[in-house]
Write a protein that binds this ligand. Structure first.
Ligand code: ADP
Ligand code: MG
Length: 140
């Protein structure tokens, strides 16, 4: 088992419904520790850049519009197998497919407005963390 860091984002559908605390409680309850956190609102350019991997997907423009529609909470989570553990607590992308008790099963509105982002590999986590935080902002 390895201690990892992963990037987590609480998306605008969740900040709008004032459920950031509930979501963070789920993450902490799973043994993940918040070692960096800020509430921001992304520009269109910033959202386009973060989701560039999806730029050829049909949902890309809508996703950028959604992610810039309100505040988000970006955070670095640390813990044993943090990348996989976060994905497990989040649940499947589509809440209709998400396992019972996961964040997306309980809070997501639909496949787009699905409340949380989580890095999908240790390598992507490092890139996504560097995109959002300076080294000095991460206090382990
Ligand atoms: P995940 O967030 O589970 O890693 P993806 O990386 O595949 O999922 O997609 C990034 C985000 O794009 C999703 O979390 C969701 O907000 C949105 N998205 C993915 N697939 C669709 C879709 N078919 N229709 C609308 N939005 C989607
Ligand atoms: Mg993804």
């Amino acid at each position: 088992m390895a201690i990892e860091r992963t990037l987590s984002i609480i998306k605008p559908d969740a900040t709008a419904r004032n459920i950031t605390g509930k979501i963070i409680g789920r993450l902490e309850g799973a043994g993940l520790r918040v070692v960096a956190q800020k509430r921001v609102r992304w520009s269109k350019e910033r959202a386009e850049s973060f989701y560039e991997v999806h730029k050829d997907r049909p949902f890309y423009n809508d996703l950028v519009q959604f992610m810039t529609s309100g505040p988000i909470v970006v955070q670095v989570l640390e813990g044993e197998e943090a990348v996989a553990k976060n994905r497990s607590v989040m649940g499947a992308t589509n809440p209709e497919d998400a396992a019972a008790g996961t964040i997306r099963a309980d809070f997501a509105e639909n496949i787009e407005r699905n409340s949380v982002h989580g890095s999908d590999s240790v390598e992507n986590a490092a890139t996504e963390i560097a995109f959002n935080f300076e080294d000095g902002e991460i206090i382990g």
